[in-house]
Every structure is written in C-alpha cells, then in structure tokens.
Design a protein. Structure first.
Length: 259
C-alpha cells in the first residue's frame, strides 16, 4: 500500500506543477468564460487543466477511478480513486483575484489517503498523507491553538443558495468568534486553517473535489473535520466543520442549537 500511495503522490505533484504553469500563464489574460448555471462559471483554463491531469492519471494509473468537476466520473478497477479540481476559485480567477488553487486527492476504497493543494501564483505546495502529517513546501505545518473568542472563522460564500438559514447561522457564529472571512476558495481556506492562519471553516454547500484534499490536510496538521452532526466526514459529505480542534465543540454546539 505504501508504495502504491507514494507512486501516486509523485504523479500528483507532477500534475499540480504542470497545471500550475498553465494557470499562471493564463492569469491576467482574456479568458473564455461560460456559465454552467446560476452564477456558476467555467473557463477555457479549467477545461485545459482538467484534460491535462486526466491524461496524466490515465497514462500512469489506467485502472484508477477519477472524480472531477467538469468531466464524467471514471470507475475504479484498482480500488484507488482520484478526486480533482484543477481550479478551485474560478470566479476569483476570472476577476483576477489571486485566491484560487488546485486540489488533488486520492482515495482508496472510499477513504482519502492522500491530498495535495497547490497555489500556483505563490508556488505553495501542501501535501498530506494519511498518518504522515501535513507539509507546506516540505516543511511540517500545524493548526493554531487559538480559542473560539480569538478565532478567525472562514464562512461559506454561497449564501445565496441557503440565504435564510446561512445568514441566521452566520449571525450566531459572529457573536462568538473574533472575526469572519469569506474567500470563495475552499483550498485557500483549508490550507490557511492547516497552517494556523485561521481557526475554522464552516461549509454548507461544498463538493468533494473542493474539500477532499483540504480536509485531510487539516486533520494531518492536528485539526478536526466533521459533518454538522459531529460525525466523521466522507466523500459524500456536503456540510462540514473543519477546525483547529480547540474551537470545534463550540462551533458544533452553536450549529446544533439552531436545529
């Protein structure tokens, strides 16, 4: 198993670096932007990056499954499944806001065992392997120890999807934490959390390709991630709390109290 994961880590790093070059070269240039639905965008860069990483995976691990945002799922014959989002934060990219990155995770029998996040404009590569810790450019990272009243909470920016509920929860949480931020990019939020720059993230409407790598990163950095009921997260989770562990019970209590 160890050799299998290490082999996939090598290709995952290569994929992040290769598509990072594509993203960086395209940043600030005129993009071809299409709407996928209600205020949901995709660019030619998203498509190009996804094709590149899928080709790389198929070349080296043709029996592996793939879950990605813009393409149909590929079934696994090996037990391994790649979960990829070449650009998490497409809306930021379109508006030339430097808050976006790449998420690549690998699951074995539905359990995430490897996660990488790459922020191409700053060349920040985060890597987490189950039971092996979390790292930023080769240096180990850990979550903060700040308590709830000193916590920076990152909140789901998709408020329009559950406006009444989410604004109500936001109001309650804002009374208990130090401050609140919204980045519009799960990989940025969870990478900041893993390296101790924020204390928690609350998401109501996330997708597995956005959070799979990041939640493993947070856990391997000493943090905690659960659904809103306090149960372990999975690749089927939609709503979750990720935290530095110190604030987890407090946030969970606030959310449960509103149910």
């Amino acid at each position: 198993m160890k050799k299998n994961i290490e082999a996939r880590k090598k290709i995952a790093v290569r994929a992040c670096k290769e598509i990072g070059k594509i993203i960086s070269a395209g940043f600030g240039r005129t993009l071809k932007v299409k709407s996928k639905g209600d205020r949901d965008l995709v660019t030619n860069i998203d498509k190009r990056c996804e094709r590149a990483i899928i080709r790389l995976i198929k070349k080296h691990f043709p029996q592996d499954g793939i879950i990605s945002e813009e393409s149909p799922d590929l079934v696994s014959a090996s037990g391994f499944k790649w979960i990829i989002d070449p650009i998490d934060g497409t809306h930021n990219l379109v508006h030339q806001l430097e808050v976006f990155g790449t998420s690549v995770a690998v699951a074995f029998k539905e359990k995430v065992v490897l996660g990488l996040i790459y922020m191409p404009l700053t060349d920040e590569l985060y890597i987490a392997q189950k039971g092996k810790g979390a790292y930023l450019n080769g240096k180990r990272i850990t979550v903060s120890k700040r308590r709830l009243n000193r916590a920076t909470l990152i909140y789901d920016s998709s408020i329009r999807l559950n406006k009444v509920e989410m604004l109500k929860e936001l109001g309650k949480l804002s009374d208990q934490v130090f401050n609140i931020r919204m980045f519009g990019s799960t990989v940025r939020a969870l990478s900041y959390l893993a390296e101790g720059k924020a204390e928690a993230e609350v998401e109501f409407n996330d997708k597995v390709w956005d959070f799979a790598a990041g939640l493993l990163l947070v856990e391997e950095a000493g943090g905690k991630a659960t659904d809103f009921k306090g149960e372990p997260w999975s690749i089927d989770t939609k709503r979750y709390i990720a935290s530095n562990r110190a604030v987890h019970k407090g946030i969970l209590k606030i959310l449960k109290r509103r149910r």
